[in-house]
Design a protein around this ligand. Structure first.
Ligand code: GLV
Ligand code: MN
Ligand code: MN
Length: 416
């Protein structure tokens, strides 16, 4: 069998997707396998077994990344790394992230079965906490892997006041040794991430393979609105400084910064907390979690500045105090042209159509790009839906994506 016809075992891959998808499945549909929870730990145990069965040597690095490795024939060669994540959002689906990790393992298994030894070392990585569980920093593990964690990152706390350092213990990490999780620039020949598209472009074109050109950046912005809490029955309407009413204007403004003003591609107010949060109390304080996404860093900053300007107007109009604080951000990145070409060729050799497109979702690849050339492969998402229980990708598309990943790895192994 030549590299161009070699395919993965589609039935085995599907069985893995189903089994991992059962860990953390919500009775009402969808799944919640937030990082650092018991379900995450159970999912990681399942993936560890699969990696071992594929003949990979498994380790957990200090940041909680689960890494299965196999040596290459050339001991000095940089590694080929296949990665994604197995944690999910709340009420998410079984494909976002998990598919890329399981397909990476399937590639390793197929190579072992076929007796194919790569020149390069091979590593399959399940990055820890890509989704940012309970308000923690997303893409946590890939930041550590690329050696770009912000200072003091392990001391950040989640919504329950627990530090990441503490959370890390539940998955076998160690906050005191985080530097050791960093791979050096030059140690990776190529990083490939296979992922469901999470949008509807491929489906609408009826094309099974997406060659990702770039990944858009995102900035998280925390907005706090301080009003005056008071009795909801006795305080006349004209005397109120209602933080939630002011926040409602800001939520609408966030939407329009992308929708009408078109300063950025996407703008979302995704979280809200209201204090004290009772029906009979005028809201005294509201916190909003906002994110802006764009292919340009400049636009991400412009959107944040625009929100600050609108906040000043809301302050003047309604007497509240508003603070707008830009927090975690991931920069937009381009995928390596050589790897894009190689992925497109791999698809063509299998007889699968492919289409170049940008990614509107963030991915670990974006962070790994700081130290390695990255290539991303997408497969269609039914209805373009993701981060929701109805997320679905057809089995034949899952198999086709994994075939392309396998061929791309074989091609890259031959080139350098
Ligand atoms: C990743 O899951 C994202 O939110 O883009
Ligand atoms: Mn996701
Ligand atoms: Mn993902």
């Amino acid at each position: 069998m030549t590299e161009t016809t070699l395919r993965v075992n589609a039935a085995r891959l599907m069985s893995d997707v189903r089994r991992l998808g059962a860990i953390g499945a919500d009775p009402g549909g969808g799944m919640t396998r937030l990082a650092f929870t018991a379900d995450d730990v159970a999912g990681r145990a399942y993936v560890t077994r699969l990696m071992e069965d594929a003949g990979l040597t498994v380790e957990v690095d200090a940041a909680g990344n689960l890494i299965g490795r196999r040596e290459g024939r050339n001991g000095d060669a940089p590694a080929l790394v296949l990665g994604s994540h197995i944690d999910t959002v709340i009420q998410g689906g079984a494909y976002d992230g998990a598919y890329g990790v399981l397909a990476g393992i399937e590639v390793a298994r197929t190579l072992a079965e076929e007796g194919i030894a790569l020149d390069h070392p091979l590593a399959v990585v399940a990055f820890c906490n890509e989704e940012g569980a309970r308000g923690t920093m997303g893409m946590w593990g890939s930041h550590a892997f690329a050696g770009v964690l912000p200072p003091g990152a392990a001391h950040q706390v989640d919504e329950h006041g627990v530090t990441i350092a503490d959370l890390l213990r539940s998955v076998g990490g160690d906050a005191d040794l985080l530097d050791g999780a960093a791979w050096t620039p030059g140690s990776i020949a190529a990083y490939f991430e296979l992922h469901v598209e999470q949008g509807g472009v491929l489906e609408s074109l009826d094309v099974p393979i997406g060659v990702v050109e770039s990944i858009i950046g995102r900035v998280n912005v925390s907005v706090t609105v301080e009003g005056v809490a008071g009795h909801a029955g006795t305080t006349p309407m004209e005397q109120r400084v209602d933080a939630l009413v002011a926040a409602a204007r800001l939520i609408e403004a966030v939407r329009s910064i992308a929708a009408e003003e078109r300063l950025v591609l996407r703008a979302t107010a995704g979280t809200i907390t209201v204090d004290p949060g009772m029906w009979n109390v005028i809201p005294g304080r509201v916190r909003l979690g906002v994110e802006f996404r764009d292919a340009s860093t400049v636009n991400m900053d412009l959107a944040t500045d625009r929100l600050v300007g609108i906040a000043r107007r809301v302050e003047q109009d309604s007497g509240v105090r508003v603070t707008v604080e830009a927090g975690a951000r991931t920069e937009p990145v381009g995928c390596e042209p050589e790897l894009q070409e190689l992925i497109a060729k791999a698809a063509a050799e299998h007889g699968y159509l492919s289409h170049h497109l940008p990614s509107g979702a963030g991915h670990d690849a974006q962070i790994v790009a700081r130290i390695a050339p990255i290539g991303m492969i997408f497969v269609p998402s039914a209805g373009g839906v993701s981060h929701a229980p109805t997320e679905y990708t057809a089995p034949h598309h899952l198999a086709q994506g994994a075939d392309v990943l396998l061929s791309a790895v074989l091609k890259k192994d031959k080139i350098s």
